[in-house]
Design a protein around this ligand. Structure first.
Ligand SMILES: Nc1ncnc2c1ncn2[C@@H]1O[C@H](COP(=O)(O)OP(=O)(O)O)[C@@H](O)[C@H]1O
Ligand SMILES: N[C@@H](CCC(=O)OP(=O)(O)O)C(=O)O
Length: 382
């Protein structure tokens, strides 16, 4: 099978080298050894690679499927049930096995794991979104590896992500990962489904938003859910916050560490825009505004002129009952909209910091979350 590159001028694999935060999604088709229970040896191998990345200082969040498939094996079921309550039951049984397996293997490297089960509601409801975000950020700051799956036991068909590719992309958006790696049972995205077309050729690189790629992607196998369709959609979602997506075979030896070294494996789907521009556009559209900050003329000038972070010293007043991580609007003294951004301090703390230089923050609050009120990466000038 040959290789082709669908579009020119996409960012190269350098995006994978030097990434600080990576979401790795491992699909059912791969985890469950073609339906014969969890493939513990393979899971141990991916964990070993993640531990290597971890030692290099890369933060890894894992999105792992496999609960339903593992539960089916434990329950002795040969055929995936169609009734939602049976799928939920299988997921509940299988999730235990998944958690034990990851915990055991990460413990060999002295690493802690945390089970995080999410539903669509958790990511669309604003308060829960912020909770999920701060919990995941805290876990990665603590050097714990979160192992995420959909909370299959409480979701019904209408609201479930169904496939974990979408969940992986939303998690990449949530934690602002630079890279989403989707490990599956094929080498990557082919120009036709290789199960049906032996002549199918691997796409090595492309743009996440290229409609030609979506047309090449087909559905999933007996164990997986979404097939390549949802992987290409996931790449497009991940691109909204500037993440590149790599789709690769989990059976390639050392696939994760080789990808992180920039090796040309699988399919790389890149965002249209540079990560920071994409991220800012995503920020601008993403969150409801919870309050406002009134900036003095000096702060307006530096925000507009040099793209600096917003410091408390340049803020004269505030309104709203926002908490850390909320989106706030920045206005000038005449009330004109200047910028929007995610604030590092809640309204009560921020009020005490108004007009104060950053070196005073610790003395005023007794701690310092960050030296700036809004970091420039989290700020969009309007
Ligand atoms: N264009 C394509 N290129 C590669 N694989 C494809 C393509 N179209 C459909 N597929 C199918 O997608 C499957 C992987 O998706 P899926 O079964 O959902 O696995 P996972 O559990 O890893 O998400 C592959 O086994 C393959 O047969
Ligand atoms: N939450 C489900 C995962 C659904 C699923 O199989 O997704 P995928 O691996 O993306 O095809 C489970 O753990 O069984």
């Amino acid at each position: 099978m040959g290789e082709q590159s669908v579009s020119e001028r996409v960012p190269g694999r350098d995006a994978l080298r030097g990434a600080r935060r990576v979401v790795v999604k491992i699909g059912s088709a791969l985890l469950t050894n073609d339906g014969r229970g969890l493939d513990e040896a393979a899971i141990g191998g991916w964990v070993d690679q993640i531990a290597v990345l971890h030692r290099q200082g890369i933060e890894v969040v894992l999105v792992s499927s496999g609960a339903v498939a593992a539960g089916m094996v434990r329950l002795g079921w040969q055929v995936r049930p169609s009734a939602v309550h049976e799928l939920q039951a299988a997921a509940a049984v299988g999730q235990n096995g998944l958690t034990q397996c990851y915990e055991h293997h990460f413990a060999r490297h002295g690493l802690l794991t945390a089970q995080v089960l999410l539903t669509h509601d958790d990511l669309s409801n604003r308060k829960r979104y912020l909770n999920a975000r701060s919990a995941l950020r805290t876990l990665v700051d603590l050097r714990v590896v979160p192992v995420i799956n959909e909370n299959d036991t409480v979701v019904t068909d209408e609201i479930r992500f169904g496939d974990n590719d979408t969940l992986g992309a939303l998690v990449a958006n949530l934690i602002e990962a630079e890279v989403l790696v989707i490990l599956t049972d094929q080498e990557g995205l082919f120009d036709a489904d290789p199960r049906h077309d032996p002549e199918a050729r691997l796409i090595s690189e492309g743009r996440a938003d290229d409609p030609a790629l979506a047309a090449m992607a087909g559905g999933g196998g007996a164990l997986g859910r979404g097939g390549m369709v949802t992987k290409v959609q996931a790449a497009r979602l991940a691109a909204r916050s500037g993440a590149v997506t790599a789709i690769a075979s989990g059976r390639q030896p050392e696939v994760l560490t080789r990808l992180a070294e920039g090796e040309s494996l699988g399919t790389l789907l890149s965002p249209e825009e540079a990560p920071m521009a994409a991220r800012k556009r995503w920020l601008a559209g993403q969150l409801q505004v919870r309050g406002s900050l009134t900036l003095d003329a000096g702060a307006v000038k530096v925000l507009r002129g040099s793209g600096s972070s917003l410091l408390a010293v340049g803020v004269k007043a505030l309104t709203g009952d926002f908490v850390r991580g909320d989106m706030v609007l920045c206005v000038d003294e005449q009330g004109h909209r200047i910028a929007k951004g995610l604030v590092n301090y809640g309204a009560d703390e921020a009020r005490r910091l108004l007009g104060q230089p950053s070196h005073q923050i610790e003395a005023i609050l007794g701690y310092m979350e960050a030296p700036e009120l809004i970091h420039r990466d989290n700020l969009v000038v309007l």
